[in-house]
Each structure stands twice: as C-alpha cells, then as structure tokens.
Design a protein around this ligand. Structure first.
Ligand SMILES: N[C@@H](CCC(=O)N[C@@H](CS)C(=O)NCC(=O)O)C(=O)O
Length: 207
C-alpha cells in the first residue's frame, strides 16, 4: 500500500494518526504531494478526480479516497486496537460522533483557514474573506458544544479513544494556522487535547 499525502493538511493527518495507532505508520509508503502544484495534475487526477489527498493506493493498483473510507479499510484489515467500535451500537455511535466533528468542527475550521489564510489563497480560488469570517463564527460555536460534550466523557465518542478523537484533533490543530487555540479558552477541550497529544501517534498525526 502507498499513501499519497501532504504536510499540515488535516484530512491526511487523520489517516496518519490512524495508521500510527494501528502500528502501521512505518509500514505504509508515503508520497508527499505539494498541494499547490501536484494535486490538480493528470497523474494525481488519475488517482482521485477531485484532486485531493489522502489517497491510498492498494496493492492491486486501485485508489481509495476519503479519509474515513481509508480508515475503515485499515480497521477491517487490522482490527486491533479497535478505533471504530466493536458492537453495532458502539460502531453507530462512534460514526455519529465522528461525522459530527467532521462536519461540525473540521469543516468550518478548514473553511476558516482556507478562506482566511493568505498562504492558502493558491488552493481556494476565489478566497472569500466573508466566508472565512462566517466559518470562524460556526467553528467558535462548535467549540461550545464540543467542550460541553467533553465535560461528560473523557473522549469525543465515549470513555475511550476512537476515530472521532482523531478527526477532532486533526481539525483543532489545523486551526493554529489562524491562531485559534480553543484549548486556551475551554477547559474540557484542553484536558482532552492534552490526553490526545500525549499519545505516541500524535507525532505521526502532526507529521
Ligand atoms: N472528504 C475528503 C476531503 C479531502 C481534502 O479536502 N483534502 C485536502 C487536504 S485536507 C486537499 O487535498 N486539498 C487540496 C486542494 O484543495 O487542492 C477526505 O475526507 O479525505
């Protein structure tokens, strides 16, 4: 397997941390692409017509895209440690929380960064400052419910670490690019982030 990936980008980082949690970080070859110049070119559009990363190239030559689909594949191939749920109920609730943070936290934070950071103007054409501002409001509102959720349990989807923590961590670390540090404001997010950052996989996540 080969992973087409990029530095600093939150969706690739989700897969990085998932691989590291599974003990696979060193075993999957990684190809770093420059998002500004190497994703909207024929070679990469052949792997993913949307020109995005991450893309996992399977051993039979097929290309698997979408971070969550890649993680599901890795989870089925390598069931331990379990990150996506053991029972039907647990799987459904972890998916619910993962999608909640993907759409409710990662998406507005990513749009804030992509539309607000001058360095990302090359990816977001047109870059719309009003959209950055509106997304920042949505992201800040999401921190209120995320902090309240984390007051009730240790991790995003319950009392153990799961894929939902990986998605939320990748999102929140990306917000540094617009100097948003919710852990300095919200105590439960701070406690949770410290716990996630202390994991060995956090280094891979931030690679
Ligand atoms: N839904 C996709 C989103 C992938 C995505 O948006 N990737 C970004 C990096 S985080 C990208 O490749 N951006 C390049 C671009 O916008 O040109 C997933 O979950 O993998």
């Amino acid at each position: 397997m080969k992973l087409y990936t990029a530095k600093l980008a939150p969706n690739p980082r989700r897969v990085h941390m998932f691989l590291a949690e599974k003990g696979l970080w060193e075993t999957v070859e990684r190809v770093q692409l420059d998002l500004a110049t190497e994703t909207k070119v024929p070679d990469h559009l052949g792997r993913n017509p949307m020109g995005l990363v991450p893309v996992l190239e399977l051993d039979d030559g097929r290309f698997l895209t979408e971070s969550r689909a890649i993680c599901s594949y890795l989870e089925h191939l390598n069931p331990e440690p379990n990150l996506m749920g053991e029972t039907p109920e647990e799987r459904a609730f972890i998916e619910m929380f993962d999608r909640r943070v993907e759409w409710g936290v990662l998406l507005p934070l990513a749009n804030w960064v992509r539309h607000g950071h001058p360095g990302l103007a090359v990816l977001e054409k047109p870059q719309i400052q009003d959209y950055a501002e509106a997304s920042s409001e949505k992201a800040k509102a999401a921190m209120v419910w995320l902090d309240a959720d984390l007051a009730e349990r240790d991790y995003v989807a319950g009392n153990r670490f799961t894929i939902a923590d990986i998605t939320a961590f990748a999102a929140i670390e990306f917000a540094r690019l617009v100097k948003f540090k919710p852990w300095e404001i919200y105590p439960n997010i701070a406690r949770w982030r410290d716990a996630v950052k202390a994991r060995l996989s956090a280094d891979a996540a931030l690679a």
